[in-house]
Design a protein around this ligand. Structure first.
Ligand code: ASP
Ligand code: MG
Length: 424
């Protein structure tokens, strides 16, 4: 017997038929004798509709949050998950399964006060564990918790993944299964490279890089949380027949396991290729090369909530002036330029140059820690295709390369094949 948390995303609960299908997945695990808790998203499109309704309301004077009154925003948008948790509980009951719905405040899932993008602080899993022991299935509304102000708080878009991992940690589950509309995590985006393969396993750290770089399978926070609490997280499809052979396999079900690297025996050097579109590059020319300059540049950008990514500083020729180049999301360029102009006296640069429509392609793999030459192969392969590299950053397990947007797909395919990811 195992204890399993099963999470179903919006497309998996999009209508009553699909909710019934989800109930069959749950029944399979219950019938196998496992203790089960379920976490659900809102029906697909519902949260967008609710957010749209909020924005359709007039804004009170002085309200400066993009969410209007962020507490009322949360009260409204959290309702989608309330509906699906109740509907799934009914579907399970109709199959003879003892089930009840839980809202975030009933457990409670305690969050911080950041309404609209709250973080989970604490979960009391005791009551759910007790009832699991009695054979009851908890159907938990994802995406929501209870803030310190005693009001509903939501976890940011895509947050029910994080709810699921947090519940799994809270009830000490053996596994957290994230059922979604893809059947796992791939070596790269299959829409760009049809030879992309589904990974059997990926380490938390690698998944974190893949997720934050645009492999939009899971909310990034859920992966962070899974890594901290070592929750074995499984990405799999809800669209397969719930009773197909192997679906209930405890050790090797179809999908991708996100786990501790120690669990990955056959470690490849490179695990996947990720990309992030709509990057922009900003260069400050002839910046004074003295202590405090970086702080004068990046401090104001941080205060303006502009997410700076790759940073490259040149060595200055004579020790007095240097160039500073960095990337920001294309959508933030105008704001960044304003902030930098305002800081010009402090920073003391000659000119600002910028370029939008760039793409960051990243090679990811924990095997890189112990292998030399991984970066060199990437550079050589891109050079052979005539792709110019604009900036490079590296970490222990990642090489990120900034290139012109139109070359994105060619670069992804080239790197995918150079590291042998095309092969079976
Ligand atoms: N329904 C919420 C959203 O669309 C949470 C989720 O689905 O994860 O963002
Ligand atoms: Mg999602």
């Amino acid at each position: 017997m195992a204890r399993i948390v099963m999470k179903f995303g919006g497309t998996s609960v999009a209508d009553l038929d699909r909710i019934h299908n989800v109930a069959r997945h749950v029944k399979r695990e219950v019938d196998a004798g496992h203790e089960v808790a379920v976490v659900v998203s809102a029906m697909s499109g519902k949260t967008n509709e609710l957010v749209g309704w909020v924005h359709g309301m007039p804004k009170a004077t002085g309200a400066n949050s993009p969410f209007y009154d962020a507490r009322e925003y949360d009260a409204i948008v959290a309702s989608g998950e309330q509906v699906t948790s109740g509907l799934l509980a009914i579907a399970l009951q109709s199959m003879g399964i003892n089930a009840r719905s839980w809202q975030g405040w009933q457990i409670p899932i305690k969050t911080d006060n950041a309404h609209g993008a709250a973080r989970i602080m604490d979960i009391n899993g005791e009551e759910i564990i007790r009832r699991m022991g009695e054979g009851q299935v908890a159907v938990v509304a994802g995406f929501q918790g209870l803030g310190p102000d005693n009001r509903i708080a939501t976890l940011g878009r895509g947050g029910s993944d994080t709810s699921a991992v947090a519940i799994a940690a809270g009830v000490k589950a053996d596994r957290c299964d994230i059922y979604t509309d893809v059947d796992g995590v791939y070596t790269t985006d299959p829409r760009i490279e049809p030879k992309a393969r589904r990974l059997k396993k990926i380490a938390f750290e690698e998944m974190l890089e893949m997720a934050s770089l645009g492999a939009k399978v899971l909310q990034v926070r859920s992966v962070e949380l899974a890594m901290v609490h070592k929750v074995r997280t499984f990405v799999r499809s809800s669209f397969e027949d719930p009773d197909a052979p192997g679906m209930g396999d405890l050790l090797n079900p179809p999908g991708t396991l996100i786990c501790d690297e120690e669990e990955i025996v056959e470690q490849e050097v490179v695990t996947g290729i990720a990309y992030a579109k709509d990057e922009a590059q900003i260069s400050l020319r002839r910046v004074a090369d003295r202590p405090g300059v970086s702080a004068a540049i990046f401090g104001p950008l941080a205060e303006a909530h502009i997410n700076v990514d790759m940073i490259v500083q040149n060595i200055s020729e004579d020790g007095s002036k240097t160039d500073m180049t960095f990337t920001v999301p294309s959508g933030d360029v105008e704001k960044a330029l304003k902030v930098l102009e305002a800081a010009k006296a402090q920073v003391g640069f000659d000119v600002i140059q910028h370029e939008t429509g760039l793409v960051k392609v990243s090679v990811i793999g924990i095997g890189m820690r112990s292998h030399a030459g991984v970066a060199a192969s990437a550079f050589r392969a891109l050079a052979e295709k005539g792709i110019n590299i604009k900036a490079i950053t590296t970490s222990e397990i990642k090489i990120s390369i900034l290139i012109d947007g139109p070359y994105a797909e060619l670069a992804v395919r080239t790197l995918h094949s150079v590291y042998g990811l095309d092969k079976k």
